[in-house]
Design a protein around this ligand. Structure first.
Ligand code: PHE
Length: 510
């Protein structure tokens, strides 16, 4: 018997000719927590958190951030991990278990994760290309032009697709191959892989931190990052930003944590694991801020600019500001370049395969398709689909799809999820069930958060996003582009979700 508590056989039940299936399981609680942390800790921790914190009150931002963590992040993590574990099913059938019709919603939510992984792999493709270019510091003294013109070959707008960019096609192909190899044995291989892909980026970040802190100007950067500005806390927007950041960072509402929870044994403890995952994720974000701002402080000093002038987030930080700082290092530039892009790759890959798993788990649950086949078919369909993002116009489409899936798709999904479990599911009974397996006991506050606080905040965020979209649009993109790429990518899954819901199962559903 392997160390895996893994049985993948099934029995044909006499009457209905449906299969009953035994699920794979994580081989240890550590493997589960590592996988959950791996999914949560991603690019968002490095390229988004430090900037959001800096621009939203510095050290004072930690107050709304931790309030958001405890009033929405952790309660929802407990809900998602607990629902998956209790139902022993990924998002589609877990919601189908709450109410039959909700299976449709479950497919839609899991579909969002399929959509995210299809564009998330683009960032990993860029990181592969930069890993290669780090060796010769090919961006020279024009990192911005290098990123947009040489690497992305960016066209003038979303209407001009341009051709495929060969280096990026190679990078994205390599990413899909990696995902396939990791997922083909299901959670069995994932359990082993996360033992490397979770601690490795932490070690690499620590190396970068030591380098960063020993550079001149580092402390100026850190002062910018953390100097508290308590006056900002009276601004509602800052609070909403904190909730938005927590939400994305903990990979909520995408079916990821439900899928991962479903591979836990029936007796597994949830509350404490969710607490550990949430704190580890936020701790990593806080830590990454020191890495980013020590480097930016140095960059500001060598360029003779104030820190805010070199501060940015997202692609601008990872693919423009960081390469600039790396070129300016006194020694071992290529080594630090390689370390930085390797950090991005190892941070992103476990978020990517978690997303894919969240979607494909539904197929395993409903039709008992084995993990290898699922990994193969998904990658074979998703790889060509992702090619749109590695064309000359791909950057624009990436930007639009990302914005809509996160700002509308995930927010609507989170809202519906809280209301479904809060009001349509015997939530008190659910709480007793979770309390029965954990020393950390959930009080009535948990139900309050799920029923009122989290949905309330999500509703305000959603209305704000909608108003913004209706009144000003997004980044000056033409309406037809946001309609197709934005609303199209959110609504596509409504139709596909309906279709998947209506297909008859070959596995016995309880
Ligand atoms: N949490 C990941 C990050 O911080 C992104 C992610 C979102 C992953 C949703 C899975 C699901 O980068």
């Amino acid at each position: 018997m392997s160390r895996w508590a893994f049985v993948d056989d099934f029995t044909i039940t006499g009457e209905s000719k449906l299969m009953t299936v035994t699920r794979q399981q994580w081989h240890s609680r550590t493997a589960f927590i590592m996988a959950a942390v791996g999914s949560a800790v991603g690019l968002g921790n490095v390229w988004r958190f430090p900037y959001v914190a800096y621009s939203s009150g510095g050290g004072a931002f930690l107050i709304p951030y931790f309030v958001a963590l405890f009033t929405a992040g952790i309660p929802m993590l407990i809900l998602e991990m607990g629902l998956g574990q209790r139902m022993q099913r990924g998002a589609p059938l877990a919601f189908g278990g709450v109410r039959k019709r909700l299976q449709w919603f479950g497919w839609w939510a899991a579909g969002l994760s399929a959509a995210i992984v299809i564009y998330y792999t683009t960032i990993l493709a860029w990181a592969w290309v930069y890993l290669w270019h780090s060796v010769g510091l090919s961006w020279g003294d024009k990192p911005e032009a290098f990123f947009f013109e040489t690497v992305l070959r960016r066209t003038s707008g979303p209407g001009e697709i341009g051709g495929l960019v060969p280096a990026l096609v190679l990078g994205i192909g390599l990413t899909w191959l990696t995902i396939y190899l990791i997922l083909r044995k299901g959670v069995r291989s994932v359990s082993n892989v996360v033992m490397i892909t979770v601690p490795l980026p932490m070690v690499l970040l620590t190396v970068l931190l030591i380098r960063g802190l020993t550079l001149p100007g580092a402390m100026d950067g850190i002062r910018y990052y953390l100097t508290p500005d308590f006056s900002k806390l009276t601004d509602l927007k800052i609070w909403l930003k904190a909730y938005g950041q927590i939400f994305f960072s903990l990979s909520l509402a995408s079916g990821v944590m439900i899928g991962y929870g479903s591979y836990l044994g029936k007796k597994a403890e949830i509350t404490n694991s969710a607490l550990i995952t949430g704190l580890a994720n936020c701790g990593t974000s806080f830590f990454a801020g020191f890495v980013v701002f020590s480097m930016l402080g140095y960059l500001a000093q060598v360029q003779g600019l104030p820190v805010p002038d070199v501060t940015t987030s997202g692609t601008g930080l990872a693919f423009v500001a960081f390469p600039t700082a790396i070129s300016q290092l006194p020694a071992l530039n290529a080594v630090f370049g390689v370390i930085f892009f390797l950090t991005l790759l190892t941070l992103g890959i476990d978020s990517a395969f978690a997303l894919q798993e969240a979607f494909t788990t539904g197929f395993h649950d409903k039709w008992h398709i084995p993990p290898e086949k699922l990994a193969r078919y998904f990658c074979l369909v998703a790889f060509p689909a992702s090619l749109i993002f590695v064309t000359g116009g791909g950057f624009y489409w990436f930007d639009i799809v990302d914005k809509w899936i996160c700002d509308f798709g995930l927010v609507i999904s989170g809202l519906a999820q809280c209301l479904a479990v809060g009001f349509l599911y015997p939530v008190r009974d659910f709480r007793d069930y979770l309390n029965g397996q954990s020393e950390v006991r959930l009080g009535p506050w948990w139900i309050w958060m799920l029923r009122y606080v989290t949905p309330g905040v999500l509703l305000v965020i959603l209305v704000g996003n909608l108003m913004q979209e209706i009144t000003v649009g997004y980044e000056g993109y033409p309406r037809w582009a946001t309609l197709i790429g934005g609303w199209g990518s959110v609504l596509f899954w409504v139709v596909l979700g309906y279709w998947l819901w209506k297909r008859p199962a070959t596995v016995e559903l309880d």
